[in-house]
Write a protein that binds this ligand. Structure first.
Ligand code: SD4
Length: 337
């Protein structure tokens, strides 16, 4: 038998080597051999992924990574579709939608939140500090202020000008793919850049998945309109046994088909992320063939192995990928039309 002291020494040395490197909600996370990866929608996903990667590459959690990542898009005033600087509703109010979901199925969400520049962080507080999943409008604002968020005017001069221009015609015609770098914004009548959301999914080195989704929604929408982005199952869904999915585009069609949940369930049945995303856009085509030709919807998904894929109704949907080998990668999603 080993002498007791030698035996204890071995245990202590072994413990020191145990790859325990983070906690989440008090739970000690054990490092697995998973390679971290983060993916997100559109061209602005590249900068957002970079921030998320800083977190992931330092043994951070997927949850912290997605929050930090999408905050980059929320803070970018040149981005007219997310956070401060996003286009307002038809009455001139910037109202933001966001949600976040972790590997344990915890989720938090805010809808039609005004005056707060980082709705994703409010959504995380809803998840962590309340017994609820979703807060909207006035109540969400009140909660944010109680939590220490600063209220501010989110309507920038640029966005105000675009809105005033829009008021001349008051045409409500969503324009596709404006966050794609190839999109020629000069073609837009009256500054009608209409939509594009950042949805982000991350897998950390502990083998856990989380996701975040944040948007100012459809530009010049009706006051009080909430899209798919803050709706768990529509704009975002994560199941740590299977994978995660997020969506961008005309939220009404995504909500009607509970798109992100559908993508995750299709992956559960054995489809690859790309096949599952394709099947979800085909569902929209099947239900609303005439609408589907005229609008953009794109899905982005990742599975537990870190395999990813995307599919959209129309050409032009881009997504960004960042892992240890690819840092600034941007891909074109396949499309139906
Ligand atoms: C919405 N899905 O509010 C969002 C907008 C968006 O690309 O993603 N546009 O409907």
């Amino acid at each position: 038998m080993e002498p007791r002291r030698k035996f204890l020494k071995k245990i202590i040395a072994g413990t020191a080597l145990l790859p325990l490197s983070a906690t989440y909600g008090g739970e000690l996370l054990r490092k697995k051999s998973t390679k971290p990866i983060v993916i997100s929608t559109w061209d602005f996903g590249v900068a957002a992924n970079k921030k998320a990667w800083e977190v992931l590459s330092r043994s951070g959690t997927a949850l912290d990574a997605v929050e930090a990542g999408v905050r980059v898009a929320e803070a970018d005033l040149s981005n007219k579709t997310v956070g401060k600087g996003g286009y307002p509703d038809r009455d001139g109010n910037v109202s933001l939608d966001a949600c976040i979901m972790d590997h344990e199925g915890n989720c938090g969400s805010v809808g039609a939140l005004e005056h707060i520049a980082h709705p994703i962080s409010v959504a995380r507080k809803v998840m962590e500090e309340t017994p609820h999943v979703m807060l909207v409008g006035e109540g969400a604002l009140q909660f944010a202020i109680d939590q220490g968020f600063q209220a501010e005017d989110l309507l920038t001069e640029d966005s105000k000008e675009a809105w005033q221009e829009w008021l001349k015609e008051k045409q409500y015609t969503p324009i596709m793919n404006i966050e794609n770098k190839h999109f020629n914004k000069e073609l837009l009548p009256g500054g009608q850049y209409n939509h594009d959301t950042i949805g982000m999914l991350a897998l950390d080195e502990f083998g856990n998945l989380s996701g975040a989704c944040t948007t100012s929604g459809m530009a010049f929408k009706m006051r009080g309109r909430v899209g798919d982005s803050p709706i768990i199952g529509a704009g975002l869904y994560v199941d740590n046994e299977v994978g995660g999915a997020t969506s961008t585009g005309v939220g009404e069609e995504v909500m009607r088909t509970v798109g992100s949940f559908l993508v995750v369930e299709l992956m559960r049945q054995g489809m690859s992320p790309e096949q599952a995303c394709k099947e979800a856009v085909l569902r929209i085509v099947k239900k609303k063939p005439n609408v589907a030709r005229e609008i953009q919807v794109g899905f982005l998904a990742i599975n537990k192995k870190g395999e990813y894929g995307a599919y959209a109704l129309q050409e032009g949907f881009t997504f960004a990928v960042c892992d240890e080998n690819k840092q600034d990668s941007l891909f074109d999603g396949n499309s139906i039309y």
